[in-house]
Design a binder for this molecule. Structure first.
Ligand SMILES: [Zn+2]
Length: 249
């Protein structure tokens, strides 16, 4: 595994030399995304217990795969898993691995629209190839290894796992919200009807709830910053879709 990881680093560095001047996300290919994601998924699952509850897994899987069918990225296989972790969080890895904490599912209190909203948002990050963009930027700057692992590198999987803890930019959050809302909107016509308002409501509630129990929401708010501007933009986009003034991109 270590050899493969080193090979991947070399490949990434080589491709960055060839494609100097290209957009950061074009420096990381889909197959590289998948390899890195697979290693990172192994690492995540060695660190955290995966919840195997059949009913909950069926719920998350069905939501995820239904939303994927309404998404703009079909060139990868998406995997949805639940982590037996109390903190409210969900995250995606390069290449389509998406994890939802049990704590987040509990927080939605059985509201399928809210859970679908969070999952749709995570799919949005994968569709927009935000992980590839992040890794590509680090490559361009020549600081991929040092920055992402604070100088303590063993394998590329470490780098990818650390990516889950990095904060997305506001622009990336707007984009993932928009793509998530678009997925849910398209699904309304094609199959299961998920209300995109669930996405906006859930992220909107996080900020208010954080005041009471900051530690419970720390991770999700650090990795997916919620701002009033973000909520406003998501609501405006949904209202435009409803009014027929916008088309899901
Ligand atoms: Zn996000």
């Amino acid at each position: 595994m270590r050899f493969r990881a080193i090979l991947l680093v070399l490949l990434l560095v080589a491709s960055s030399m060839i494609f100097v001047g290209c957009s950061p996300k074009s420096l990381v290919s889909t197959s590289q995304e998948i390899s890195i994601g697979r290693d990172a998924a192994q690492q995540v699952e060695s660190q955290y217990k995966v919840d195997k509850d059949p009913k909950l897994n069926a719920l998350v899987n069905n939501l995820g795969q239904n939303l994927v069918k309404c998404s703009d990225r079909q060139d990868i296989t998406y995997t949805f898993k639940i982590l037996d972790v109390k903190e409210v969080n969900a995250f995606s890895l390069p290449g389509g691995w998406i994890y939802v904490n049990k704590g987040l599912i509990d927080e939605t209190g059985g509201n399928t629209d809210e859970l679908a909203g969070v999952i749709a948002h995570e799919i949005g990050h994968v569709v927009a190839r935000h992980h590839a963009a992040m890794m590509g930027r680090q490559l361009q700057a020549g600081i991929l290894i040092g920055t992402l692992t604070k100088g303590d590198v063993t394998t590329l999987a470490n780098i990818a796992a650390n990516i889950t803890l990095l904060r997305w930019s506001r622009k990336q959050e707007y984009e993932a919200d928009k793509l998530g809302i678009a997925e849910m909107w398209r699904c309304r016509n094609r199959g299961p009807d998920y209300n995109p308002q669930g996405l906006i409501n859930f992220f909107g509630q996080l900020e208010a709830k954080q005041q009471k129990e900051p530690s419970k929401f720390e991770q999700i708010l650090a990795t997916h910053p919620v701002t009033s501007e973000r909520i406003k933009r998501a609501q405006e986009y949904l209202d435009e879709l409803k009014a027929g003034k916008a088309q899901p991109e």
